[in-house]
Design a protein around this ligand. Structure first.
Ligand SMILES: NC(=O)c1ccc[n+]([C@@H]2O[C@H](COP(=O)([O-])OP(=O)(O)OC[C@H]3O[C@@H](n4cnc5c(N)ncnc54)[C@H](OP(=O)(O)O)[C@@H]3O)[C@@H](O)[C@H]2O)c1
Length: 261
């Protein structure tokens, strides 16, 4: 009988896109997983697949993470069952494309609730446990849009700028406590993101679009190498360099055009 280590990888937004791919890649490494999202059927199907393909332990936790109370409850339940989360993949999130003034205020605020407030809360709870054990890894899925305010993605790009800055600061702050914090900054990728953002996919975007597999692989490598952040893919790296090397007015205008507005 295999005696498994009490060490779990918790992945938020595991029912689709990057989250699903994080689950597959960690399962392939033999890690025990906690899959979190709202769509229970998707999570159960993925859990079944991973158990039978990789013989790993998989726990499913259906949760709407836009509620802080739900996050507190999830953390409490895991702590009470002595489930040790050594890796936290803070990945659940979404964007919305549209002119700021044409979007209902509630939609913008709901996005901030998940992309910013919930990510902050879940990090606070699990990072505290990691600090006590002097051990842990936290990955934050930010975005290439973290680097600039993009027209018609005003709230989303601002939210992802928060994620990147928050992650950078914690990287330094928690290093001395044995906890690694890494930001993953993907560009346009082939997940459920575009559909939920009601995003127009321009021919340029279609050309640069990455598959989740290499994006997630870059994230996992960077996290376990202790890096502060990673931009996956050559094209995305080139955009990041352009952002650092050119005046804001220039790259911000360019990016707004590339994003299809
Ligand atoms: N794809 C891209 O082009 C791209 C680029 C840069 C950054 N990102 C970021 O990557 C992350 C993952 O997105 P994705 O691209 O993989 O898109 P996706 O395929 O739409 O996945 C989003 C995930 O978030 C979960 N989620 C959404 N609202 C939730 C809630 N209230 N509570 C719990 N889970 C929730 C969804 O699960 P349920 O619906 O089942 O709850 C789903 O599993 C996001 O943070 C996104 O901003 C994406």
């Amino acid at each position: 009988m295999t005696v498994r280590e009490n060490s779990w990888v918790l992945i938020t937004g595991a029912s689709s896109g990057f989250g699903k791919e994080f689950a597959r890649q960690y399962a392939a490494k033999g890690k025990s997983l906690i899959l979190v999202a709202r769509r229970l059927n998707e999570l159960e199907a993925l859990a079944d697949e991973l158990r039978s393909r990789f013989d790993v332990d998989v726990m499913v936790q259906q949760a709407d993470l836009s509620s802080i109370n739900v996050i507190i409850d999830l953390h409490r339940r895991l702590r009470d069952s002595n489930t040790v989360v050594d890796v936290l993949i803070n990945n659940a999130g979404y964007g919305l494309q549209g002119a700021f003034l044409d979007e209902p205020l509630e939609s913008s605020l709901a996005m901030i609730d998940l992309d910013v407030a919930s990510l902050t809360a879940i990090t606070r709870l699990f990072a505290e446990d990691m600090r006590a054990r002097h051990k842990g890894h936290i990955l934050m899925t930010a975005s290439l849009l973290s680097y600039q305010g993009v027209k018609n993605f005003a709230v989303y790009s601002a939210a992802k700028a928060y994620v990147l800055r928050f992650s950078d600061a914690l990287h330094r702050e928690l290093k001395q406590d044995g906890v690694v914090v890494t930001a993953l900054c993907p560009g346009m990728s082939d997940t459920g993101f575009a559909a939920s953002a009601k995003q127009k996919i321009t021919p340029v975007l279609k050309r640069v679009m990455m598959q989740p597999e290499p994006v997630v692989r870059a994230g996992i490598q960077a996290l376990h190498a202790g890096r502060m952040s990673v931009v996956p893919g050559f094209g995305n790296k080139a955009i990041a360099v352009l952002t650092w090397a050119t005046p804001r007015r220039l790259h911000q205008g360019l990016m707004s055009r590339v994003m299809g507005v």
